[in-house]
Design a protein around this ligand. Sequence first.
Ligand code: ATP
Length: 243
Amino acid sequence: MMSELLVLKDVVVSYGAVMALKGVSIKLNEGQIIAVLGANGAGKSTMLKSISKIVPLKEGKIFYKGKDMASLSAHDLAFQGISHVPEGRRVFPTLTVEENLNLGAYGARKRLLDEEVEETKKWIFELFPVLAERKNQLAGTLSGGEQQMLAIGRGLIAKPTLLLLDEPSLGLAPILVKEIFNAIRKIHEESGTSILLVEQNAKKALAESDYAYILETGKISIEGPASELAGDERVKAAYLGGS
Ligand code: ATP
């Protein structure tokens, strides 16, 4: 039986009077890709931030590898194998591509050998050859798509068990969207990393994931195997452009 890697149980998060998550429960088994879909402002980013301790829980619990995450500090996350790739490709613009990648390994150095980091870097350069070509270039001079690849690479270099991806395809041209989703599939196939993928691009995300949740104003409204959701009339009407 597959073991539960991440469990959110009745998670409530609020920003002052705004309740962004109103009792969210999800589950991700080891080795799965889970998608969380929803419109702008549904609470998708907040959900990832609650896992990586950027925002505190008001109520509920989050378990990682069966352990209540309340006992972990934000600094423990990289060491525990959780990498969060935030929305908006936040790379360090005045550092080179390679320096950005090296920084991604920083928090996980205590559990990684130098050789492992170098091996993983090679693999990232295979996944995204354009990063290899530009490894000495300042990250601020990369295109939007390249910066997104670098942001994902920075998450991967820590060899995470769980990769949290916040809208990796946002604002990218269709060809790059395709490239990013292909890379997500490869990452999963080649490393077995479990992935929690937050997306507005429902069609692409459902095609790559095992199971999916629809988040609507802070609540899960629909959930099921991704292939079932892709054929669900409600999902089609609201998230797949009626197609
Ligand atoms: P988007 O795709 O636009 O990022 P999202 O689904 O990720 O949307 P969140 O960013 O999680 O949604 O936002 C959920 C709700 O919480 C929204 O109503 C948003 O306005 C609110 N919110 C998010 N961050 C803050 C904050 N720092 N302070 C106050 N309200 C916030």
